[in-house]
Design a protein around this ligand. Structure first.
Ligand code: DSN
Length: 426
């Protein structure tokens, strides 16, 4: 590469990833094949429209490529329809809202401080200005049990047009059957934002909302699904000509969504990213991906247990998925941001996060969010989780002891180098 400045930063980032351990639950390491597809000549091509219905010439290869990605996504999640064009998870969610709602309509989603995502109606988002968001949340912070009775009451009163199941900071499972029961009674479309757990659903380690009658599933493709940075929408219903606006019915959701992504909301799809999505979907269809997904959960459970043995207070006292929320204030009297910087300094990357009913502000919250998808990709197993928990405990205690932190950083690096990044292996 001629651009030394960029090249040096790429090499430095490679080294940072190699020398440390990635604990952020929404990050992962892609394969060499995914990277190759991302860096391919498909980045040169404009392809507004959908396979067979494009506005520009020269689509000999983009059409079969996008169709391959669509077919693989449908096979992976068992849906009638897939739109592989969303640039990421936020545009995917917004496109669904726009496809189904009118301004002023109501959406029911998880409380943001209980684990819901910004795009589920945080007041600072543009969706919150257009639509009315009402909430469900956790009944018992110690177990993470969702208050389904309250959800039912609010749904009956507010009549949401969409009930949204999904989270980015909740370490337990959702009862999709209950969501469906409530949604069907009030006539809401059931939408699952599975960005965090799509890989666990694809790998059959966690249940699939479509098996419970959900109509729509949105996701990112770069978290547990281990593909390129991007978005994905799947739905059930009839896929018809995207050039014609269909009637607004549940059966027509696939076409309403396609129309909303393009021409409604986005311009040209990023075909190099769609190529990389297709590669990732093929990888996720392989039997080994099921072992990977199961191992993520085993590692997360083990890591949670090892942390609790070392006096870490965990939100809901454990995990049933890939992520763990640590209440750092209760555990060690330091806030999540201080903890994030502290662990960064020893090569353990995590992110600060609000805990339920957090008294501290979002930029400096009480919690630290960690998880096991990237560690598991790197080949770590249950036995390695005690080592990580020990470093996290020692790090928190050594906050003012520079010498110990330098020593911990060296230990983390020595250990991390035993586990090559996947794009170094294949
Ligand atoms: N930023 C993502 C996460 O880390 O959960 C959600 O968009």
């Amino acid at each position: 590469m001629n651009d030394r400045e960029v090249w040096d930063l790429i090499k430095a980032e490679e080294q940072r990833q190699r020398d440390g351990l990635e604990l952020i639950p929404s990050e992962n390491y892609v394969s060499r094949d995914v990277l190759t597809a991302l860096g391919s000549v498909f980045t040169n091509k404009y392809s507004e429209g959908y396979p067979g219905k494009r506005y520009y010439g020269g689509q000999d290869n983009t059409d079969p490529l996008e169709q391959l990605a669509i077919d693989r996504a449908k096979q992976l999640f068992g849906s009638d329809h897939a739109n592989v064009q969303p640039h990421s998870g936020a545009p995917a969610n917004i496109a669904v809202y726009q496809a189904w709602l009118n301004p002023g309509d109501t959406v029911m989603a998880m409380r943001l401080d209980h684990g819901g995502h910004l795009t589920h109606g945080h007041p600072v988002t543009s969706s919150a200005k257009l639509y009315n968001f009402v909430r469900y949340g956790i009944k018992d912070i110690e177990t993470g049990e969702i208050d389904y009775d309250e959800m039912y009451k609010v749904a009956k009163k507010e009549k949401p047009k969409i009930i949204l199941a999904g989270f980015s900071g909740f370490p337990r499972g959702l009862d999709y059957a209950k969501f469906a029961e409530i949604g069907n009674e009030v006539g809401a479309v059931l939408m699952a934002d599975m960005a965090h757990i799509a890989g666990l659903i694809a790998g059959k380690a966690l249940p699939n909302p479509f098996d419970f009658g959900f109509h729509i599933m949105t996701s990112t493709t770069h978290k547990t699904l281990r593909g390129p940075r991007g978005g994905l929408i799947m739905s059930n219903g009839t896929v018809s000509n995207p050039l014609k606006m269909p009637e607004k019915t549940v059966e027509n959701l696939p076409t309403l969504i396609d129309r909303e992504i393009f021409p409604g909301f986005q311009g040209g799809p990023h075909m190099h990213v769609i190529a990389a999505k297709a590669v990732a979907f093929r990888e996720a269809l392989a039997p080994e991906f099921q072992d990977y997904s199961t191992q993520i959960l085993k590692n997360a459970k083990q890591l949670a247990d090892e942390l609790m043995k070392r006096n870490f207070k965990l939100v809901t006292n454990g995990t049933d998925n890939h992520l763990i929320q640590i209440d750092m204030m209760t555990s060690f009297g330091i806030d999540g941001r201080i903890a994030q910087d502290l662990y960064d300094s020893i090569g353990l990357t995590a992110n600060c996060n609000a805990i339920p009913d957090d008294p501290l502000p979002p930029f400096r919250p009480s919690g630290l969010r960690i998880g096991t998808p990237a560690l598991t990709t790197r080949g770590l197993k249950e036995k390695d989780m005690a080592i990580i928990a020990e470093w996290l405990a020692k790090g928190a205690k050594a906050i003012n002891d520079k010498k110990s932190l330098v020593q911990l950083k060296a230990e983390v690096k020595e250990f991390a180098l035993k586990f090559p990044l996947p794009n170094e292996i294949n």
